[in-house]
Design a protein around this ligand. Sequence first.
Ligand code: DNO
Length: 399
Amino acid sequence: MKNLMEDSMRWFGPNDTVSLAEIRQTGATAVFSALHEIPYGEVWPAELIAQHRDTIAAAGLTWRVVESVPVSEAIKTRTGDFARHIENYKVTLQRLGAAGIEVVVYNFMPVLDWVRTDLAHRLPDGTEALLYDPKKVAAFDLFGLARPGAANDFTAAQQAAAAVYWNSLDDIGRAAFIRQTLDLFPGVRLNLSLDDFRGMLALHADIDATRLTEHLRLFLAEIVPVAAAAGVRLAIHPDDPPFPVLGLPRIVSTEAHLRAVLAMVDSPANGLCYCTGSLSVRSDNDLAGIVRRLGPRINAVHLRSVQREPDGTFYEANHLEGSVDMSAVVRAILEEQAARLRAGCRDWRVAFRPDHGHMMLDDFKRPAPTCPGYSLIGRLRGLAELRGLQLGLSTMMSA
Ligand code: DNO
């Protein structure tokens, strides 16, 4: 097997309900991992970085990609402690580089990380997937949160569908829906109340897409040179979903956005985490084309597919099915790696991980995944299929 991507799995650390020993059995040789215990904005202690690396190495795996060093809300809004947080970010990058880390993933999504409305959407084959239902987001926004101006963000048809859904719930149902949505929205369970959440949104009230883009540029102007000097390449994760949610701007959703980010600081250290699951929610994103055009700046890869429905609903499909032409994507990445090899590039190999997986088979009997989407067997299926796809394509390509 030659010139393939590095097979990786995400590992959330010692509290992950999937152990490193189990990850090793999936055939992955590497993990994407982070120190999740460090609060956003604070510096990562060198001894904890070394300990984490050594734990992973002792299990026979490598840790070259950090996912993620989170960017604090202070940095995104340029308020409060943002200058100190940026200095901390630099120190963390230096320490990660010194510990042998090559790639650092991050995102610049305000308030929310990834967003779904249903965590256990049952598919006909009995597996469960994550799903995004726009009418539920609209119902939360219009009636739960009652965000001023929310109505401007939805078509009449969307508002009507949201109202039908909201009216189908009694008071207990509504309270449960609001609780569940608050727990899901920021990507991590923060036990927020509606007012806490309104407070978080309020910090962004004056920050439109142009201003947020400028905040990202200012951040990158400071950290990219530090990353480059530390031997670390940054990889921005696209918005998930790739459109504004709850009135918050999204600035990393399209190929034009990606190009704009890369142009902010023209350095190989300023790169992309190419996530097919996030980008493919928009039918106007040409996934293989993005690899062909921006390939040299792809520093990490998440492979996952979604099934898009006409009303804007999407759910996470099997890795080789759904709306993504995964063969075209993987072929484009293998071609990018081959081009790097021909150019004598040392960093030719990209690490990929199957991003999310269904709940299936013994996943239902195991302790719940640490983070929704991170089942063991479901991801193993994705990894195995993607490994086979790579091997088949690379054999064909070299024939
Ligand atoms: C979801 C992940 C994201 C991703 C971050 C990167 O499962 O793809 O949470 O890790 O957005 O910063």
